[in-house]
Design a binder for this molecule. Structure first.
Ligand SMILES: Cc1cc2nc3c(=O)[nH]c(=O)nc-3n(C[C@H](O)[C@H](O)[C@H](O)COP(=O)(O)OP(=O)(O)OC[C@H]3O[C@@H](n4cnc5c(N)ncnc54)[C@H](O)[C@@H]3O)c2cc1C
Ligand SMILES: NC(=O)c1ccc[n+]([C@@H]2O[C@H](COP(=O)([O-])OP(=O)(O)OC[C@H]3O[C@@H](n4cnc5c(N)ncnc54)[C@H](O)[C@@H]3O)[C@@H](O)[C@H]2O)c1
Length: 444
């Protein structure tokens, strides 16, 4: 073998397939499903669920503007679409064939390193002449709350696989997974309670984003407990530190993800198996003949980051050059309704970096398009400016299609478009993205 890829999720599948297409002898090892978390238990099925939940929400807005609409939610078509269209009933044969069709060799099993370029799967040992790529992703964090481990809790996998919805659900964690799923389930009639230990939802984003998310959940009837820790779980009853008891049919744990390096044999390469993540340089190199891509690198856990890193590793291995990793314009979208898109630094992060920070802000509702849109127009554009250089270093677009509006802002941050250019360009009327021009005018 030239190359062995451990883990064929989003990142690993891309690296393994591209290197096989380039003519290298590639062995790809996957313990579960080729494609990884995103197509089977993450991005794709969850966004199918959100598409369905948003359709319900839009239909419920009909009486405001367009007459009558009777909405009777039914989870069956959502589950059927996830089972049949998205995941092929959680069968990865198509993905396996796609990889072997590119010339790769596929092996199902749990791989571990036993020395430089040496990988063990079961009792067999394989040698990689050019290198090993680790792309093993993350698993859910299960917090050490007394009673939780012995309770029948759900993770994202159970929630995505659910053929029927529970009548009520307690969600531990107010991050992207918790909020997206909480809103969908609430829109399908589930009584949802979110417990977030921090003092705001979506803590990595702007405080204004947390407010928008909290209002959106409240609008869908979700109960939110902020700044509360679960101290005990008994069955499906969660006890909070202020004495609150929440009993639901199900408990969903969405308290973050963790990298599990312990079983990978990294110590045989002199690396620390107890590390928080597998550290890589800007070419995804983790050591001599060792690369890592995706969530395992400890960067923000997004499919687009895994794909971006995979491309860099492939170019490095094939000696093709090109740009190395640069995360200054890292985009992310939380697909609540309204969507919360963000790129680059938050205002707080920019100040922490010691930049001379200017801020622009405009509520979406005061834009022409927001006003026309009416119900469901909550959101805003926020711009974070490095006033010394006259460029955006971060931005948030929350609102209907906030993730799409983000594109223009991502270009501005990535390409360091001068503020004068953003001020003088033409924005189509009446679009949501035209609110960017208003936000630019408010920068101070
Ligand atoms: C509910 C949910 C929603 C999400 N929504 C989005 C979204 O909308 N947008 C977005 O950008 N991201 C989203 N994500 C995050 C996204 O799924 C991950 O960032 C992405 O899957 C990371 O890809 P990866 O290749 O690093 O890891 P993974 O996709 O986790 O793949 C790793 C693979 O390695 C395998 N593996 C692990 N150890 C071994 C071993 N020792 N031997 C063999 N195989 C092994 C695993 O079985 C797995 O298939 C979501 C995640 C979740 C859970
Ligand atoms: N739209 C998207 O792109 C998308 C969607 C879902 C997931 N993801 C990725 O998956 C990652 C993991 O998502 P996540 O939501 O699990 O993690 P997260 O880290 O984003 O959020 C976890 C939340 O749980 C809280 N928490 C931790 N321990 C707790 C406890 N004991 N009780 C109550 N709250 C607790 C944290 O304060 C945090 O707010 C995300 O960071 C993101 O990178 C992306």
């Amino acid at each position: 073998m030239d190359i062995i890829v451990i883990g064929l999720g989003v990142g690993g599948e891309e690296v393994a397939g591209r290197l096989a297409e380039a003519g290298l002898d590639v062995l790809g090892v996957e313990g579960r499903l080729v494609g990884g978390e995103c197509p089977y238990y993450g991005c794709i099925p969850s966004k199918m669920m959100i598409r369905a939940g948003n359709a319900l929400a839009e239909a419920r807005r009909v009486p405001t503007y367009a007459g009558q609409a009777a909405v009777r939610p039914d989870w069956a078509p959502v589950h059927a679409r996830i089972r049949d269209e998205a995941t092929d009933n959680w069968n990865d044969q198509v993905a396996v064939d796609r990889f072997t069709g590119k010339g790769g060799t596929f092996l199902r099993g749990h791989a571990r390193l036993i020395g430089p370029g040496r990988v063990q799967v079961g009792s067999d040992v394989y040698e990689a002449g050019r290198g090993v790529i680790i792309a093993t992703g993350t698993t859910p964090v299960i917090p050490p709350i007394p009673g939780l481990a012995d309770s029948p809790y759900w993770t994202n996998r159970d929630a995505i696989e659910a053929a029927e919805l529970p009548g009520s659900l307690t969600v531990l964690g107010g991050g992207a997974i918790g909020l997206e799923l909480a809103q969908v389930f609430a829109r399908f009639g589930v009584a949802v309670t979110v417990v977030e230990a921090g003092d705001r939802l979506l803590a990595m984003e702007e405080p204004e984003s947390s407010t928008v998310a909290q209002r959106a959940l409240a609008g869908d009837g979700v109960t939110v407990h902020l700044g509360r820790r679960a101290v005990k779980v008994d069955g499906t009853t969660v006890f909070l530190d202020d004495g609150t008891e929440i009993t639901s049919e199900r408990v969903l744990v969405a308290t973050g993800r963790r990298v599990d390096l312990a079983g990978l044999g990294l110590d045989t390469l002199g690396l620390d198996p107890g590390a928080r993540a597998l550290e890589v340089d800007e070419w995804m190199r983790a050591g001599e003949g060792l690369w890592a891509v995706g969530d395992v690198t400890g960067r923000d856990a997004f499919t687009h980051i895994a794909m971006y890193q995979a491309d860099i590793a492939v170019r490095d291995i094939l000696g093709q050059g090109g740009p190395a990793a640069d995360y200054k314009a890292l985009p992310r979208v939380t697909f609540t309704d309204p969507e919360i898109g963000a790129v680059g630094l938050t205002e707080h992060q920019a100040r922490e970096k010691g930049l001379a920070v200017g801020v622009g802000h405009t509520p979406l509702g005061s834009s022409t398009r927001g006003w026309i849109h009416g119900v469901g127009d909550e959101g805003f554009i926020k711009l974070v400016v490095d006033t010394d250089r006259g460029v955006l270093v971060g931005a948030t677009s929350a609102g209907p299609d906030g993730g799409e509006v983000l594109a223009g802002l991502a270009v501005a941050v990535h390409a360091e478009v001068p503020l004068d250019t953003l001020r003088s360009m033409i924005y189509a009327y009446p679009t949501f993205h035209r609110a960017i021009s208003e936000a630019v005018r408010t920068i101070h």
